[in-house]
Design a protein around this ligand. Structure first.
Ligand code: KG4
Ligand code: ZN
Length: 386
């Protein structure tokens, strides 16, 4: 197979990233410029600020990725860039720059779906470790700030095919982590903080009702099989807006508002709060609430994914996306999947959250298939993966 050094560029949300990957199997450089500090005061990503930050960072980040890989604009074989899904204004910064490079350098341009990228983060690292034993079909849980999606993934020759068999009906799991952290005055992004604080609380202290997925009205349908197939699919849908509301109610019922406001102000004064700072401003009730919240999300993600894995009789499970960095999620998946003899793979933590190595890796099969993007392609904020 042809060897190729692919420069990947990713700017779909709040990280400006560039990487060089050789032939989808060797990560040579991986640079990520995070915008967390920019968005932190607002408790979430502000799209206009994100685009401005991408504009500022894109050129130095790409230069650094090339320099660290000991490559130049001339030596790379193709330019790959995230087409969507994501914030349109942010995506456009990466796409415009990638197009300009491809045009000026007369190199192929490859458009990659961000979700496909998250799946290929796992493939890249397994290949890099020399694991040639991956069994198919694969069920991939992509769980991030924007997505909680289950895909069946299969490879045919050089191309990959995906089938979505479940998705969130409302909030993504990462979004729930971020919103709950905001409600509790823990800052942004919420996932990493809740992950660490959960280890200091009692995860059995607060019970949350299981997510209710509303089923479509069955009346007026006489095609029994279609209803059955529909219902079967909904078994693998997720919903996390209910738990967020339950937390809000808990906060009200237990008069936590004032102490939350004090915590928000105290933590807001610390540039980069450490675990001790968070712990110093959290009472046991808050720690229990955070741990119980995380346990509920983890059990739901693991439970539904493993039921789907059985229903579709898959050979392997991938868990990827920002929330895949979560320690309890990893441990629970490993423990529960092992009981069923099902191998489960995660990316390393740096490749779980947004990065461009996953984009360069996902581009390699397209490079082999000469599946190049025309110069007039544009960002697609709601791009779906199939
Ligand atoms: O994949 P990603 O970097 O960006 C998107 O494509 O959305 O995921 C970011 C999301 C955020 O919601 C963040 O809170 C969550 O991933 N996250 C975590 C952890 N690290 C990041 N959630 C739970 N535990 C973590 N350790
Ligand atoms: Zn992502």
């Amino acid at each position: 197979m042809a060897e190729a050094f692919i420069l990947g560029i990713e700017s779909s949300c709040d990280e400006t990233a560039a990487a060089v990957v050789r032939s989808g199997e060797q990560l040579i450089s991986n640079v990520v410029a995070s915008q967390i500090a920019t968005h932190q005061p607002y408790g979430g990503v502000v799209p206009e600020l994100a685009s401005r930050e991408h504009l500022r960072a894109i050129v130095p980040v790409v230069r650094q990725a090339l320099a660290e890989a000991k490559q130049t604009y001339e030596t790379v074989d193709a330019i790959a860039v995230t087409r969507g899904p994501g914030l349109a204004g942010s995506l456009l910064v990466g796409i415009s720059y990638a197009k300009a490079l491809a045009f000026a350098l007369e190199k192929p341009l490859i458009a990659v779906n961000h979700l496909e990228g998250h799946i290929h983060a796992v493939l890249l690292e397994e290949r890099q470790k020399g694991n040639r034993e991956l069994q198919f079909p694969v069920l991939a849980l992509v769980v991030s700030g924007g997505h909680t999606h289950l895909y069946l993934a299969a490879q045919k020759d050089d191309s990959w095919m995906y089938e979505n068999i479940g998705h969130t009906r409302d909030d993504a799991a990462g979004e729930a982590f971020d919103k709950v952290a905001k409600v509790l005055g823990l800052g942004y992004p919420g996932g990493p903080v809740i992950d660490r604080l959960s280890q200091h609380g009692n995860a059995k202290a607060v019970k949350f009702p299981p997510a209710q997925i509303k089923h479509r009205d069955r009346r007026g349908r006489n095609d029994g099989r279609a209803v059955e197939a529909d219902d079967d699919r909904r078994r693998f849908d997720f919903s996390y807006s209910g738990i967020k509301t339950a937390i809000l109610r808990y906060v009200e019922a237990h008069d936590m508002r004032e102490s939350i406001e004090q915590r928000r102000q105290a933590l807001g004064k610390i540039a980069k709060p450490k675990l001790e700072d968070y712990l110093g401003h959290c009472d046991p009730r808050t720690l229990d609430l955070v741990a119980s919240f995380q346990r509920a999300i983890v059990e739901d993600l693991v439970g539904k994914t493993l039921v789907a894995a059985r229903a579709y009789d898959v050979a392997t499970v991938f868990v990827t996306g920002g929330v895949a960095a979560n320690q309890e999620l990893r441990q629970t998946f490993e423990r529960e999947a092992a009981k069923e003899g099902l191998p489960v793979y995660f990316p390393s933590r740096p490749l779980s959250t947004d990065n461009a190595a996953m984009i360069a890796a996902a581009a390699y099969p397209k490079f082999l298939a000469k599946d190049f993007a025309p110069m007039d392609f544009s960002a697609e904020a709601g791009l779906v993966l199939r």
